[in-house]
Design a protein around this ligand. Structure first.
Ligand SMILES: Nc1ncnc2c1ncn2[C@@H]1O[C@H](COP(=O)(O)OP(=O)(O)OP(=O)(O)O)[C@@H](O)[C@H]1O
Ligand SMILES: [Mg+2]
Length: 505
């Protein structure tokens, strides 16, 4: 008998049919992957399973018994747990406090700290989820914070764990560790529902796969007997440019553009950073002595484990943060300070930093361009519709508030806006995070197109295969410094990995 089963689940949002008669059975002790294009209905289905949304039709069985999920509290009481993509922890509290909050062991009406710490340590040990129970969550790397979220669910006796795009925020090393931990959980009988866009992860970490397309189930697979191509065909109804298993490592969409013909002087930098230093609020150096340049028609990649200073470097380049030392030069002239008009920017935290959630998709797409379209509603709609088509953004209409779009479609909207701006410099963080495989391919082609059009592109990514596919050179950051610069031909996993962990410094 499945641990949990969704039967005939249908859910509408106004005109949008997000789930359409979906059946999904999750067995005890399995990792069940749920995949599909952006907007296919994955998050909606997970929200129904966790009591966040009520289905219009259909129901949920837990251990074969029909249950009612009116809220997450009902779901938790039934042994369901969910780790959201945006972690919901209290940074100022300790690991233990975060894990037990809302389900604290009490003695004579007060929190029994010792019992709490013991129980967290015991849980962590049992499932191989290493954490320091006394550490403050705000100071932990994101991979460890995610472990805290999992512990929190297990502390509430979750037997079914729902993970919605859990590796979007993780480094490759952290992701590998996560999947190792999931194996520990399933061996103990816990079931895991894994939503992800990374087909390599699906093939490596799941037992079975359910594919959604347009809200319906279009494929059910036993992982061991399937391939990336089978999954893609069920997801999008065709193969991806007949590259089959090479999906995980997309090929270069155009030949690397030499910055200058042999013998000629190299072109001047469109973006140059000299001796840059950035401190955080506590005066700790986040970036120190960083110098590099990006020429027109070139993509320079930035690699590094999370927290190595990439964020602060990009903040300084885009004018979001004033450097404490050094200069940023655009076309040889110092940047004016403040948000820089000549730099288009796709931040990693697109929802938080790059959208106005209550504004429409059209307004979000044309943000910054409104002056040119001054109140000409018709022109705005036409231009927005053009971008929606070019980037295959799925939305009920361009008037829909962007917060109502699926995660990946909101991401595509930010990419569409920034990639289509006509700036000499383009800075992109994690361009394919959270977008489906079809869109990944399109985004790579668009970045290569920006390069070929002569823009200088600075690309920060935690996907080494993405850097290899697109960048001409890869810069590696470690503890705020540039520790390596590798031409793409030399940027192997081994060499990048060594530099990223400081071994090659
Ligand atoms: N609260 C909401 N209000 C209106 N429409 C919504 C809402 N939530 C989701 N939708 C719509 O339902 C459809 C399915 O969205 P869902 O978030 O489930 O997709 P998804 O498969 O998780 O996509 P992604 O991979 O982009 O995260 C989309 O068309 C989306 O715009
Ligand atoms: Mg989603």
């Amino acid at each position: 008998m499945p641990a949990v089963e969704l039967v005939g689940v249908t859910k509408r949002f106004g005109p949008v049919l997000a789930n359409d008669g979906v059946d999904l059975a999750v067995e005890r002790g399995e990792v069940h992957a749920v995949v599909g294009e952006n907007g296919a209905g994955k998050s909606t289905l997970m929200s129904i399973l966790y009591g966040l949304h009520r289905p219009d039709a259909g129901h949920v069985l837990r251990d074969g018994v029909r249950v009612r999920l009116r809220s997450p509290a009902d779901a938790i009481a039934l042994g369901l747990g969910m780790v959201h993509q945006r972690l919901r922890l209290f940074p100022g509290l300790t690991v233990t406090e975060n894990v037990v909050i809302g389900a604290e062991p009490v003695r004579r009406g007060v929190l029994d700290r010792q019992a709490a710490r013991r129980s967290v340590a015991e849980l962590a040990g049992r499932y191989g989820l290493e954490v320091d129970p006394a550490a403050r969550v705000g100071e932990l790397p994101v991979g460890v914070r995610q472990r805290v979220e999992i512990l929190k669910a297990l502390h509430r006796r979750a037997e079914v764990l729902i993970l919605d795009e859990p590796t979007a925020v993780l480094t490759p090393g952290e992701a590998t560790r996560l999947f190792g931990m999931l194996r520990g959980l399933t061996a103990a009988g816990v079931s895991v529902v894994l939503v992800t866009h990374k087909l390599g992860e699906v093939l490596a970490a799941s037992d079975r796969v359910t594919v959604l397309r347009g809200g319906r189930v279009t494929g059910r697979f036993v992982t061991a007997a399937t391939s990336a191509d089978d999954l893609v065909r069920a997801m999008i109804g065709r193969s991806l440019r007949a590259r089959g298993a090479s999906l995980a490592v997309p090929g270069r969409t155009a030949s690397p553009s030499p910055s200058a013909p042999a013998g000629a002087a190299p072109a001047p930098y469109a973006l140059e950073v000299r001796d840059l230093g950035v401190h955080d609020r506590d005066g700790v150096a986040r970036v120190a002595g960083v110098s590099f340049g990006v020429r027109p028609g070139e993509i320079v990649g930035i690699a590094g484990v999370a927290g190595s200073g990439q964020r602060e470097l990009v903040d300084a380049v885009t004018g979001l943060r004033r450097p404490d030392a050094g200069v940023v030069l655009l076309d040889g002239r110092p940047a004016a300070g403040g948000r820089e008009e000549r730099v288009a920017y796709v931040p990693e935290d697109r929802a938080g930093r790059a959208t106005a959630p209550e504004m429409s998709l059209a307004d979000n797409l044309l943000m910054g361009e409104q002056r040119a379209f001054l109140l000409n509603a018709d022109l705005v709609r036409r231009r927005a519709a053009e971008l929606v088509g070019r980037f295959a953004i799925r939305a009920a209409s361009v008037r829909t508030p962007i917060s109502r779009l699926s995660g990946g479609n909101a991401q595509k909207a930010v990419l569409a806006r920034e990639l289509s701006r006509d700036t000499p410099v383009l800075v992109v963080e994690e361009p394919t995070q959270g977008v489906d495989v079809g869109a990944q391919e399109r985004i790579h082609a668009l970045l290569a197109g920006a390069r070929d059009a002569g823009r200088a592109v600075l690309l920060q990514s935690s996907e080494l295969s993405e850097l290899r596919a697109l960048a001409d050179r890869v810069l590696v950051m470690f503890e705020g410094r540039l520790v390596a610069e590798l031409p793409v031909a030399e940027a192997t996993d081994e060499r990048l990995g060594a530099a990223m962990t400081g071994a090659a410094a």
